[in-house]
Design a binder for this molecule. Sequence first.
Ligand code: AMP
Length: 526
Amino acid sequence: MESFEDLGLSEDVLKTLKRKGYEEPTPIQVKTIPVILAGKKDVVGQAQTGTGKTAAFGLPIIELLQENVKHVQALVLTPTRELAIQVAEEVNSLKGKKRLSVVPIYGGQSIDMQLRSLKKGVDVVVGTPGRIIDHLNRRTLKLGAISYLVLDEADEMLNMGFIDEVKEIMESANPEKRTMLFSATMPTEIMRIAEKYMRAYEVLGVQKGALTVSQTDQIYFEVSLSDKFEALCRIIDMEAAFYGLVFCRTKIDAETVANHLIDRGYDADALHGDLSQSQREKILNKFKKRQINILVATDVAARGIDVHDLTHVINFALPQDPESYVHRIGRTGRAGKEGTAITFVTPEEYRKLQYIRKSAKTDIRRETLPKVKDVIRIKKQRIKSDLEEIMSSGLQDNYLEMSRELLSGNFPDEMLAALLQYAFHEELDEKSYTEIEDVKTVDTTGKTRLFVAKGKKDGLTPRKLVDFIKDKCNIREEKIKGVQVLEKFSFVALPFQEAEVLLNHFKKNKKGRWPLITRAKEGRKK
Ligand code: AMP
């Protein structure tokens, strides 16, 4: 397994990565970082969002850029403003002590503000194609001296109709620049761009192994980031004998979650890459002996631990890619034993979950989080059945004696209530739980009816519409229902998942333009 140290990064960057809690490079980082650092070839990287691709180009570019340069040194093109902001933030957070200024430039933000920051001097511009062209036309941004050009999510830029802008930008930039193109898919149009506008390049992809998922019951809950911890507590409390692994993305998260669990009275500990071998073994032993029943871990730290019979694997954070999802949940439901894999998904992560689900060819069921009163009800049932079990396996004389003493002169129901209150006061108190806010729920079963802002007058026909949708979301024709092409607009109904893909896709359109496809309003139904 390669480490960040093996990739040729500087001490300063390594320190930053440590501070950020990244334990080891993701597969796309292992592939691209050394090639970019070597300083020769251009790069075509096949990687989805969420695989760490921003750091895959961000880290080596930071290493290669010079300080105190008076012109823009690198341009990153992204299809959407959200991504532009996200990429700028990630690159900023990776730059460490290096004095570089990274600025997102996108449509919708005040141009004056952008002009001010461009005037002050910027090293890395992260922007959407339309706004970058605006600045090029106004001559407020010059790309004649850039050293690096990154196309992020190139296929999305193609899908969103930005390809001419992208070509124009590539042509107007310094011919000596190095180009890095990242794309989840590699349609021929993208490869054509690489051929035409890039210099000698290396294609770097992440090998997809065959993914097989065990018989684990897989569930996901939609929950906001701030409610994840409360959700975790409820799930643990619902179980009579929870014995599970909780996966976090970084070691800092793993520490935090474990500490919160301990504070709340659970037997938990954290396992991450910063521990010494002996600390690691000590914690693993405690877990194996069930002195602790919750182990909060990062993927790296959990690798190679041979603990069986887990009742649960919990993805507190979504894994980086489908492979690690399969790997994580493979730890439960082993050897014919039933296990449950639970994944927490924030609404923002929903698309990534769909991608994991599709790639891992696995069924992940959506459920709603247990309500506090459900958790308490289950706990009460458990107390009842535990008491019955104690009674049936024989009571000890000294307790019987004490019981008789307690009952003399008291009503038995009152005395029993007092005893329960004494023993379970905290456990059965609704106030030990906090409220969980409902996040936007989505119906994953039915079909979603979509409104298409084009009709007969635009030359649209049912055939053209079906072909367009087949092309956009890779769906079989028989799944496309309710096609209606009217004069000015059209309707179509798609299975939930594909509809989400389309809606997400068209949501991120150029400013000021009504998206081509939106969710059909009830009133529009014919
Ligand atoms: P990206 O694919 O660039 O959108 O990255 C997805 C997420 O993974 C971001 O939140 C990054 O901060 C995070 N990330 C990137 N590289 C690593 C790494 N080596 N270890 C842990 N997290 C990472």
